[in-house]
Design a protein around this ligand. Structure first.
Ligand SMILES: Cc1ncc(COP(=O)(O)O)c(C=O)c1O
Length: 424
């Protein structure tokens, strides 16, 4: 059933209502293979649009700067408890659900655990890390001295010996593990051991793979990390937001005293933010309630099965995949054998009604000329696509990117196919 726009909104502001109508149509008519996107449920959208957005509640449950927060305290506490439950954690893990999104969550962690100018080590953007893992244009690379580890340029895999060598040489105060564009499992145990050896905090950013971890389909970082951050809007299917899990007693680094959760809470508020978005907190509580169910586990398994199926049929169609395939929800197409670059492929796919982003891949000479396309299956799985649909998708890719068929012509088939699978 297609999302509708109320008569009231159409009348009150036809210009905004019209743009919203166009976006509803765009989402209906295109195949969303952006690895970080998903389709939030009507329940999540209802909570985000609820009266909880009216409230100011600076502070934390039981310690607010404004009155009238009895219900906000209840929803925030519920969100914290459900977040713990979704990852099978006990009270040793403190949960902060107030970060406005993944980037401020990471910056808050760094501000809580380091002084400006101290050293942070994270995966390079070009190797699949996120901007906030120390890139020079991000606050993480502006406020802190950052050193990067990468992937082996031939295999595309993280070389843990190299990570350890850099850590031993650079002695960072904090090491970030986690991915934005890396199609294989992360060995959090190895990262934890390296951090411990050099006396660094280990922060695992599981934004992309949180759902796989909750469902037991990817090794968990919790036994090996001091802090775990995740966005809530990617594979978790929640509202745009983030959660920070902090081990009360840091396991890697005791130099700074015990209670790192207080430091991180203070870095979120009042350090970086004012009032939390209580409407989003409610949707986060709802989301973690869903994540703990067998239905979500089934969804996460399907995300993985779809990714593996898509990788397989793309290879059969003649595409080259970085690392030769995938072990998570995403894959990276290496376009170099086709003589195409990421920009060209992204545009051709968009004209076909397939939305997937250009991405750097190992071996790229410049981040401004990416030779890859990143694909992910969380959104198409929510939409109802199953492994049996993947050969069709791979064929569309092949006809447009290898066979040079007219994108608009192939796009008519994509559009027709999607009418059978409406959004929500
Ligand atoms: C690993 C990782 N961390 C953090 C973020 C930042 O999240 P946001 O866009 O909500 O700031 C992203 C976004 O893609 C991400 O992939």
């Amino acid at each position: 059933m297609r999302e509708s726009i109320s008569k009231r909104l159409k009348k009150a502001d036809p210009a905004v209502a019209n743009i919203l109508a166009q976006e509803i149509l765009r989402q209906e008519e295109t195949l969303d293979l952006i690895a970080s996107e998903n389709i939030a449920s009507p329940e999540v959208r209802e909570l985000v649009g609820s009266v909880l957005a009216n409230k100011y509640s600076e502070g934390y449950p039981g310690r607010r700067y404004y009155p009238g927060n009895v219900n906000v305290d209840a929803i925030e506490t519920l969100a914290q408890n459900r977040a713990r439950k979704a990852f099978h954690l006990n009270q040793a893990w403190h949960v902060n659900v107030q970060s406005y999104s993944g980037s401020p969550a990471n910056i808050a962690v760094f501000l809580g655990l380091m002084k400006p100018g101290e050293k942070l080590m994270g995966m390079a953007l070009a190797s699949g890390g996120h901007l906030t893992h120390g890139h020079k244009v991000s606050a993480s690379g502006i406020l802190f001295r950052s050193v990067a580890y990468g992937v082996d340029q031939k295999t595309g895999l993280i070389d843990y010996n190299e990570v350890e060598r850099i850590a031993q040489k650079e002695k960072p105060r904090l090491i970030v593990s986690g991915l934005t564009a890396y199609p294989r499992a992360i060995d959090f145990k190895k990262f934890g051991a390296i951090a411990k050896k050099v006396g660094a905090y280990h922060v695992a950013d599981i934004s992309h793979i949180a759902g796989l971890i909750a469902a037991g389909l990817h090794p968990s970082p919790f036994p090996y990390a001091d802090v775990v951050t995740t966005t809530t809007h990617k594979i978790l299917r929640g509202p745009r937001g983030a959660v920070i899990f902090t081990k009360q007693q840091a396991i890697s680094n005791k130099r700074h005293g015990a209670n790192i959760s207080d430091k991180i809470d203070r870095a979120v508020f009042p350090g970086l933010q004012g009032g939390p978005h209580d409407n989003v907190t409610a949707a986060i509580a709802y989301t973690f309630g869903r994540v703990a169910t067998p239905a979500y586990k089934k969804y996460a398994r399907l995300v993985l099965e779809n990714a593996k199926a898509l990788a397989q049929v793309l290879i059969e169609e003649g595409f080259t995949l970085v690392t030769g395939g995938t072990a998570n929800h995403m894959m990276l197409l290496d376009l170099r054998p086709l003589g195409l670059n990421g920009f060209e492929a992204e545009k051709l796919l968009e004209r076909t009604g397939i939305i997937a982003n250009r991405n750097s891949i190992p071996g790229d000479a410049s981040p401004f000329r990416p030779s890859g396309i990143r694909l992910g299956t969380p959104a198409i799985t929510t939409r109802g696509l199953r492994p049996r649909h993947m050969p069709q998708i791979a064929q569309w890719f092949s006809r447009v990117l290898i066979g040079g068929e007219n994108p608009e012509k192939v796009g008519r088939e994509v559009k027709k196919f999607l009418t059978k699978l409406p959004v929500n």
